[in-house]
Design a protein around this ligand. Sequence first.
Ligand code: ADP
Length: 507
Amino acid sequence: MPASENAPRTVVAIDQGTTSTRAIVFDDRGRILSTGQREHKQHFPRPGWVEHDPVEIWRNTRHVIGEALADAGVTRHDVAAVGITNQRETAIVWDRATGKPIHNAIVWQDTRTQDAVDALAADGGVRRFAAKTGLPLATYFSATKIAWILDHVEGARERAEAGELAFGTPDSWVLWNLTGGAVHATDVTNASRTLLMDLATLDWDDELCAAFRVPRAMLPAIRSSSEVYGHAAKNSLLRETPIAGILGDQQAATFGQAAFDAGESKNTYGTGGFLIVNTGTELVHSGSGLITTVAYRLGDDAPRFALEGSVAVAGSLVQWLRDNLGIIRTAPEVEALAKTVDDNGDVYVVPAFSGLFAPYWRPDARGAIVGLTRFANKGHLARAALEAVAYQTLDVVEAANSELDVPITELRVDGGMVANELLMQLQADALGLPVVRPAVAETTALGAAYAAGLAVGLWKDVDELRALWAEDRRWEPAVEETARRRGIARWRKAVERTLDWVESDTP
Ligand code: ADP
């Protein structure tokens, strides 16, 4: 019997990422049936500026949905729901009447608003709004990006105040377009990255909107991460299919890893590294350099919170070895090169290319390679680079442990770098804990699919999802404690060598 004669048993997840947009069709066991993917152009109009064209992103989204449905051989009748996950913080402003963006998207990596951030921090420091938002003041988050657009597009501020313009992170933009302009909403996890939401009320906050000069009239409705927001437009491939899950990418990966309960965590190794620890219904404010954020909220249930440790450079260090040093031709080659040596030869790489993020938060740091002797070779460098990724993760895990009643006992991992088995072993060794890789490595898209499927009853509850999580491989620590301690001490000493490098008159 063709699938279309049964109740729909698949979910489409749209992953609107920084470099590409993907659509993945999952079956009701959380297995991947097909994937469509398309990259979009990165615009760098000036140093430090990063933009995307929202119209291109929407065009790509439609394209990859078509591709994924065709590849899986399914139609909208087989799709129970659509979930969305996305690059977080990126700001898009569009005209409600025409649906056209008034400016390119300003991407999370964009630092053009540093002056605005410094001006706000001059009064109260970077933690000025941390109690309310969980976030330090930084160009990373959406608020100053929105204000920049309103200040630089003629007439935009007045039109925003009059309610004619809409703001959204990429989830909102995709949702608006999928529903043919019928729904302007976001979920709590995305809203928690704007600097405009109060974590206690889960609503936009007038004091924050005033401080950042963002009119409330342009903000989307804040909804849960799992509920029916609306239905795909009548003239679309997925017409009338419920859109029922939204989670920011790191929160989606946490959900896809089935880290639903307090104390459960995951670490993602992509361009950067992101540790998320679920703190349950408790809002934990970090004294050790971690961000407080919303993990997820299912319908009307109590929200679940998380601590997040963001590491700026992980996979991009491997890209640097490839593109800037040319000692490898492809990223995976770093593993073979690192295996040409037995150990790091006492060489340490600290990739503080643009300062250090969590838990150090030192914008004055710059990268260093220390411990070089005449003996050191490119194999040692490759190994030290992988160890740097492992040690940075150790640093955020230790920061998280200092905030938690029960420390992390094993690390669930995902992201592009987990294909590197030597890195996985080095990570287990650095932590002195098991490292566990799941069978479905596409945890980000899977998390969005889970949130959507839950809302429409394809899955009953999170316990059912937990049962779907399966281990692919596990790495146990294989290093003696004294050697482990020594390596960590050497790493920390290397980190110290990078601090206080940028002087105020250094560009
Ligand atoms: P993102 O989602 O941030 O684009 P991905 O999760 O796709 O990142 O991971 C890509 C990153 O992982 C790149 O920076 C790449 O250099 C790195 N990478 C990919 N494969 C390997 C590997 N086998 N060993 C080490 N690094 C790798």
